[in-house]
Ligand binder design. Structure first.
Ligand code: GSH
Length: 332
């Protein structure tokens, strides 16, 4: 796979699986933080930060969701890369639907931003990237941390009063985010990129055991952490919304569709219908990216046609009690 080694782009630099055929996700490298303190290295300020995202990517999608839900659109700018990633890595192709130029640095490839931030960078070039327009550097490229920073540290500059990490729920939110990461969020990749039967079998077993578990939890409560929409739901949503159209077929997570689950499917529609969420979902980018970008998994690059899902269908989950944050509710 492609990555930067000492600031140079290499197309043969790392294997995605270990000797057992198990997918191994490399850890991210830029781990600084925005802090709501004027004396911090990266203080919370409207207009200072920028997100580089792919709308196909579930990790980047988390950051777009929290930006939209909190009303941070004016405070944080965004550029969108081409969903198709070739040997050059993520690229800016403004002529394509839903894509933008790099409006900050004018780069052609995202890897140039990584080298600008660290000329000796040795790392994968991933999205999302949180960029500081004042210091011309990368603050952070780990979605879970960016999500938390936007939610908590950037709260003061947000247009909406939406708290996705509320007091009294925080330990549980952290536990759920951890608990769903390996079997579900990363689990679909473990299944899809496995290069041995044993690694695939284990990933699929973990994945569906976890989905079965959360389906049952969601039979009794509206959201993962109870009666409030939280960061945990954001982390679950970006995997579930891609599941039936991509992971089920492309990554062979095909024991069951999400639409066959009694509670996960209405829960997914409930989240999708929460104000500001649907606008962040770009199914064309999602499908193009996965089916065309992994030649080892899908050599023909043919994009699978279905299934046709009605994310707008009624879900009745409002009858369970609990609700999205007040500031998100449409005015009566
Ligand atoms: N742990 C990172 C993972 C990000 C990640 O793996 N993004 C993928 C896209 S879905 C990527 O950019 N991959 C490019 C590569 O691995 O070269 C996060 O959560 O932000």
């Amino acid at each position: 796979m492609n990555m930067l080694v000492d600031g140079e782009w290499r197309t043969d630099a790392y294997e995605t699986t270990n000797e057992e055929g198990e997918f191994e996700r490399q850890s991210t490298t830029f781990r600084d933080e925005i802090v709501d303190d004027p004396d911090a290295q990266f203080p919370a300020e409207a207009g200072r930060y920028h997100l580089y995202v792919s709308k196909a990517c579930p990790w980047a999608h988390r950051t777009l969701l929290v930006r939209a839900l909190k009303g941070l659109e004016d405070a944080i700018t965004v550029d969108v890369v081409d969903p198709y990633r070739d040997e050059g890595g993520w690229q800016f192709t403004p002529e394509k639907d839903g894509c933008t130029p790099d409006s900050i640095n004018g780069f052609d490839y995202l890897r140039e931003a990584y080298v600008a931030a660290d000329p000796d960078a040795t790392c994968r070039v991933t999205v999302p990237v949180l960029w500081d327009k004042k210091e011309d550097t990368i603050v952070n490229n780990e979605s879970e941390e960016i999500l938390r920073m936007l939610d908590t540290e950037m709260d003061r500059v947000a247009d909406r009063d939406v708290d996705l990490y509320p007091d009294g729920y925080q330990d549980e939110i952290d536990e759920i985010i951890d608990e769903i990461y390996e079997p579900i969020n990363n689990g679909v990749y473990r299944a899809g990129f496995a290069s041995s039967q044993a690694a695939y079998d284990e990933a699929v077993e973990d994945l569906f055991a976890a989905l079965d578990h959360w389906d049952s939890v969601l039979g009794d409560q509206r959201y993962l952490a109870g009666d409030r929409l939280t960061e945990a739901d954001i982390c679950m949503f970006t995997t579930l919304v891609r599941f039936d159209q991509v992971y089920h077929t492309h990554f062979m997570c095909n024991r069951q569709h999400v639409q066959e689950y009694d509670n996960l499917w209405p829960y997914l529609r409930d989240l999708y219908q929460t104000p500001s969420v649907a606008e962040t979902v770009d199914m064309a980018h999602i499908k193009e990216h996965y089916y065309t970008t992994h030649p080892d998994v899908n050599p023909s690059g043919i994009v699978a046609a279905g299934p046709d899902l009605d994310f707008e269908a009624d879900h009745d989950r409002d009858e369970m009690g609990g609700s999205p944050p007040e500031d998100l509710l449409p005015l009566a």
